[in-house]
Design a protein around this ligand. Sequence first.
Ligand SMILES: O=C(O)C(=O)CO
Length: 331
Amino acid sequence: MAELQRQRLVVTRTLPQASQARIDKGFDGIDIIQWKEDRAIPRSEFLKMAKGADGILCLLTDKIDAEVLDAAGSQLKVVSTMSVGYDHVNVPDLESRNIALGITPGVLTEATADTTVLLVLAAARRLREGADAVIQGKWGTWSPTWLLGSQLTDKTVGIVGLGRIGAAVARRLKAFGVQRFLYQGTRRKEETEKEIGGNIEFVQMEQLLRESDVICVCCALNDKTKNMFDYKAFSQMKDTVVFVNTARGGIVDQDGLISALKEGKLGSVGLDVTVPEPLPQDSELLSFPNCLVLPHIGSGTLETRTAMSEIAIENVLSGMRGERLPHAHNA
Ligand SMILES: O=C(O)C(=O)CO
């Protein structure tokens, strides 16, 4: 009897413990080649490792384009990214070769919404300045006027992208007494409006920028949203605004943001995402006391990262078996 052809699975990083244990145990009929260092695989290594792959399980730090697909070869059936965002993947390149693309939707909604709220509160209450003051010995006696922030009660919050994460942010912020939500996106979301309840309105971007006390960026990065927040957009905001981005760094024109911060056009800023990542230590962005930057940890809980890597494994195995992916990008 002819031996069944073994397949090749390429995994570009060590996964959270439970999923890594499955990879280490292996899967019938599959040879696994894995980059096991806890840093992004260098491009040249990736191109070498990809050769002959039937499935690739990658991360958002791995650019997937024609060069990788050519390096892999025409047997490649599936790319499964351990992320909900897939702006690092050239989708037309995959589609033109009939290669399936798996993503990890749903499971990181709550963790990312938590991080968004964390940044809203941290920025609004000047957490970075307060914590730095304690460490630097600048904490004097209690003062009625020192380090005053702003609170959410009775405020207007603008959400750009009322998808799963945007809606979860709204649900959370409602509990802080927000008076009104404005949102922007590709279309009006009546079901989501109903579910959130209260005062929520789909408005033009200009109105959202002008009227919001807090702005949360929760949309995907694509050709339409790239550099959407530029100097002009920042100039239209209130000069007390709390601006938070937990989506993708590329949605913000960082030079425009730096100029706006320099000119005191913004109240405070919280970013979980930047361009590039990691942000170089000498980035001017880090010099503003009212700008708090986190290292892209929006989905960074053990529960969420494990759920993401489990979905990524299921997606890649399904694709390699020639089955429908449980979570395809276009589902
Ligand atoms: O899944 C994604 O797209 C992420 O950014 C993970 O935090």
